[in-house]
Design a protein around this ligand. Structure first.
Ligand code: SF4
Length: 977
């Protein structure tokens, strides 16, 4: 009898280990999603048995999710690439016809090509990466190469969340800060699915609910965390900004604001110039540099306030906060020279005056009375249930505060706010709302995580001229950053973009994370110039990571009149045979997270906790599969062969043998490296100290994580906490130790607006972009309809369509995972029954979803957990047939689908049919994924019951691991390959 038909168990987990078997437990860091939990990998005779959460890890405290424990199935994935591949001469891109080559050959080929580009025109090399966790390294590589054409995936993920918050409060959610659920009484979560900060959020929410906290979820869809919310407030996508403006209206109208906090810790009382002049809308300031604390070099801190107590204009600091002073938040005043001014809070008050709950109700779909109740609940909880913690602290101006004031209203928001073309101003509105309640870095409110808070604006973005791109020369500054004014844009003298993705140009000035979603489109058009080589790491641009997937696939193959590819050489580095691999000229097989070294660095995206910085590493717990090579090692090798200065000794020899050696020894500043634990020659220093050759061993011995506990006096109010500011500067987290005043009003944005209005000297936008800059660079938050709506017949396409990641899968990675596929092997379009029935489509029936850009055939599932004007689905479950080594005809290909086909990466510009512009936020370049409008109709009965579009089956790449059937019956102890 076949064994699987017998009653005998296939595997007895309680059986005694085989005599002589070696059982081991190794710790490392999960990478089944981006949350970076600590895990224990259990091995027998060196082979994976199972993975569980590490109870000693500060982030997840032993908790593991379905994805984390299914890492074993990723390790043995049939889609694993195992050797470098070169596209067969004469074969079509996309056909997936390759021949194996050696690493030596791959390196020679790539080095030769890159050397020529670097010696002639470095910007012709573009390197863009997906959801990697090594941007400190990839950014350094691009900078040393001398190309500005570098970014990671942030532009199509959540740059609006990062930039909107950082430009307002100096920090953001997730890695940079988050809700203090330990002390909050009310928690408001907006636009968040269940994937960001996943396990820590689950732990915190469970404790919060048990302690009696009230949880409100505002989201068009009630899934994930929202399922345990005490109240679900459905909202129409892209309208959260209107809700926040109405909440601000109500809080201000009912005086539910933290006056003392606003006056001391924000720019709310600071006087804005009202006259029509070159400084209109900027803060008035005392030109005497001796007055006030030092500025950050770009925006002087010696601004002015109106003191109600003395009836005089005073410097905001230190006079304006001295005992007996009472800076005005309202009114209109005149400076000694007759300049008309008003406190910035007065401008905010005027701005929200018309944003009534009734106004917002018509936009958001939320009843006006419910908005009023929500505002009152937030204000009452923050101010009337406020309490003091017996933690003394000293502020930046030397005032000792005997206690720390708690404001027990916590917010959390993510991509639902970010992925709209109005997302930056929406996030600004949320950050201002949090600020007027006094919740910033207060107990029970929003708390920063080191190295945040940063300056507002965080750092100099010195790369601003084409002259700075020179052959064989590193860039003078990092390609990414946070512009503070038009002088910091990456533009040519005529105002046109320097970068291939048009980031940091007048089209999207504050594009802090770049615009990866426009790289292929622009490169295929040669706009603003033709590139030579595009290196893509870990991003599935030919499938779920692109808007307008089918068009992008065509662009990857586009040729000029001479038959040359518009993107002449495409290098794809990935661990798996994704849909994008088929388009590569050169494929570099990456390792899995269990096979390599990795760092979650303070130079990049650490895993800090509220009470102190935390960094962590991955160490190899398994041998490398086949000829796979960690991408980090590929970069170190290329950087060494190309003799980048940072990777080469004075004698011209190679500086770092490999990536681990680089991590230990590379120091951007003396004593500061990629890792902050166990520094110093003997490993006895922390945070700062000379390199320690045994640093990796120390991390490996200590669960791969280093946590530093700040003293309690540095736990809160860190924007203004003298002890913390000095400490952070000393540890290299900040350039200066001056306070970070919250930007209720953004003079940074105003500096761009003044340029657009032609009022300021210096750089001005090209004519066709003046109105755009003037409109969206408003120094106060405001709500506007997503830009796609202006280009859409809303009557014809009445529904919003959005996606989110399922709890059990992370992007495209997990539809290949034999265990996780058993949870979802395809997706449905989730539709409110009212909407579906009105279209005559039954539950489980086939339908067409149509936007003005494309159409998709898929199955519908009725759901009461979505507001009737919205349809949604899980993203990235749909796959191309045969890709990821799924069997031809697998559910993922025949029943799974992508909404991406309905979304355009470009919009007509200002109604012009011939001119286009990225379908992105005009401030940051954040991809407007969630702006698309659709309609649904029933599929005809005679239509095939298969999703559309379908594409030709992707053939297996040479050396791809395969053996899907074996993987489905995987047991430790039996070899799968
Ligand atoms: S939440 Fe993410 S990092 Fe944590 S265990 Fe799950 S997959 Fe791994």
């Amino acid at each position: 009898m076949f064994k699987f038909l017998s009653r005998e168990p296939l595997h007895d987990p309680l059986a005694a280990p085989k005599p002589g078997a070696v059982n081991e437990v190794k710790t490392t860091t999960c990478y089944m999603c981006a949350c970076r939990c600590g895990i224990r990998v259990h091995l027998r005779d060196g082979e994976l048995r199972y993975i569980d959460g590490n109870p000693n890890h500060p982030l997840n405290q032993g908790v593991i999710c379905a994805k984390g424990s299914a890492g074993i199935m990723k390790q043995v994935s049939p889609a694993r690439l195992t050797q470098p591949l070169l596209r067969k001469p004469g074969s079509e891109r996309g056909a997936g016809e390759f021949e194996p080559i050696s690493w030596d050959h791959a390196f020679e080929l790539l080095t030769e090509r890159l050397r020529k580009i670097r010696a002639s025109d470095p910007k012709k090399f573009a390197i863009f990466t997906g959801r990697d966790q090594m941007q400190a390294l990839t950014g350094l590589f691009a900078r040393q190469f001398g190309t500005p054409n570098y970014a990671a995936h942030g532009g199509f993920c959540s740059v609006n969340m990062a930039a909107g918050m950082i430009y307002t409060v100096g920090g953001s959610f997730w890695e940079f800060g988050g809700p203090d659920l330990e002390r909050a009484k009310l928690f408001v979560m907006i636009g968040t699915a269940e994937d960001h900060h996943s396990n820590p959020m689950k732990i915190a929410l469970a404790n919060f609910k048990r302690a009696g906290g009230r949880f409100i979820s505002i989201n068009p869809v009630r899934t994930g965390y929202s399922a345990i919310a005490d109240e679900w407030i459905p909202i129409k996508p892209g309208t959260d900004g209107a809700l926040f403006m109405a909440l601000l209206h109500e809080l201000i109208a009912n005086d539910l604001i933290d006056h003392a906090f606003l006056k001391r810790f924000t720019n709310a009382p600071q006087l804005v110039v009202l006259d029509d002049c070159a400084r209109q809308g900027l803060f008035a300031f005392d030109p005497n540099p001796e007055k006030g604390p030092p500025g950050d070099g770009r925006h002087p801190h010696n601004k002015l306030v109106w003191d109600k107590a003395s009836g005089r204009i005073l410097n905001a600091y230190p006079e304006g906060i001295a005992d007996g002073c009472d800076p005005a938040l309202e009114g209109h005043y005149e400076l000694a020279d007759g300049t008309k001014v008003a406190p910035s809070f007065q401008r905010l008050r005027e701005r929200v005056a018309s944003c009534t709950p009734e106004w917002a109700a018509a936009i958001t779909g939320i009843d006006a009375d419910r908005i009023r109740r929500l505002a009152r609940e937030m204000g009452d909880t923050a101010l009337k249930q406020a309490f003091e913690l017996p933690i003394p602290w000293t502020d930046a101006w030397g005032t000792r505060h005997p206690t720390t004031s708690a404001r027990p209203v916590a917010f959390h928001a993510m991509r639902g706010l970010a992925a709209h073309s109005n997302g930056f101003q929406t996030v600004r509105a949320l950050a201002v709302l949090m600020s007027v309640l006094g919740t910033i870095d207060a107990p029970g409110g929003f708390r920063h995580k080191a190295p945040y808070p940063r300056h507002i604006v965080p750092n100099y973005r010195a790369f601003n001229s084409p002259e700075m791109i020179q052959p064989n020369t590193p860039l003078n500054a990092a390609p990414l950053g946070f512009p503070a004014n038009p002088d910091e844009l990456a533009i040519n003298p005529d105002g046109s973009p320097i970068r291939i993705d048009h980031a940091f140009s007048w089209e999207h000035p504050l594009s802090a994370h770049g615009l990866m979603h426009n790289v292929i489109t622009n490169a295929a058009k040669g706009d603003p110039y033709r590139i030579d080589t595009l290196l893509i790491f870990m991003a599935n641009m030919a499938w779920n990571s692109s808007m307008n997937t089918m068009a992008v696939r065509e662009m990857l193959n586009r040729q000029d009149e001479a038959g040359e590819y518009m993107i002449p050489f495409l290098v794809v580095c990935d661990a798996f045979q994704s849909e994008t691999v088929a388009f590569a000229d050169l494929v570099l097989p990456d390792t899995t997270y269990l096979e390599r070294h990795d760092v979650m660095s303070m130079l990049d995206r650490p895993i800090s906790e509220f009470d102190g910085p935390v960094d962590s590493v991955r160490v190899p717990v398994l041998p490398v599969t086949g000829q796979c090579k960690p991408f980090q090692e590929v970069l170190i090798e290329l950087a060494s062969r190309l003799k980048f200065p940072a990777f080469t000794t004075e004698q011209g020899t190679r500086k770092f043998k490999d990536y681990p050696e680089f991590v230990v020894n590379f120091q951007p500043q003396p004593g500061i490296g990629f890792l902050m634990g166990w520094r110093g020659a003997d490993g006895d220093k922390q945070l700062r100290g000379e390199p320690n050759p045994n640093q990796w061993a120390m991390y490996a011995k200590n669960d791969c994580v280093f946590q530093y506990h700040l003293p309690e006096t540095m736990h809160y109010m860190r924007n203004w906490n003298r002890e913390y500011l000095d400490f952070a500067k000393d540890k290299g987290w900040r350039q200066k130790n001056d306070p970070v005043q919250l930007a209720i009003y953004s003079d940074t944005l105003q500096s761009f607006r003044l340029a657009a209005q032609g009022k300021s000297a210096g750089r001005q936008p090209p004519e066709h972009l003046r109105e755009r800059i003037e409109t969206y660079f408003d120094p106060l938050p405001f709500w506007y309809a997503p830009l796609e709506e202006a280009a859409t017949d809303l009557a014809a396409y009445p529904l919003n369509a959005i996606t989110q990641r399922p709890m059990a899968m992370y992007h495209s990675w997990d539809s290949q995972n034999a265990w996780l596929r058993q949870i979802h092997s395809h997706n449905y379009l989730q539709v409110n029954p009212l909407t579906a029935r009105a279209a005559g489509i039954e539950d489980g029936g086939w339908c067409w979803v149509e936007s003005q850009w494309g159409q998709v055939r898929c199955m519908i599932r009725y759901s009461e957990a979505v507001e009737p004007g919205t349809v949604w689905t899980w993203n990235a479950i749909g796959k191309a047939d045969g890709a990821w080594q799924l069997a031809p005809g697998a559910d993922e290909a025949r029943k799974g689908f992508l909404l991406n086909h309905l979304i355009s990466e470009e919009l007509p510009f200002a109604g012009s049919a011939s001119k286009t512009i990225s379908n992105s936020d005009p401030v940051t370049g954040q991809a407007g994924w969630y702006d698309v409008r659709v309609r649904i109709r029933r599929a005809e009965p005679e239509e095939p019951e298969v999703t559309s579009p379908q594409i030709a089956t992707v053939p297996a790449a040479p050396g791809v691991r395969g053996h899907a059937a074996r993987v489905l019956t995987y047991f430790a102890g039996r070899k799968t390959s």
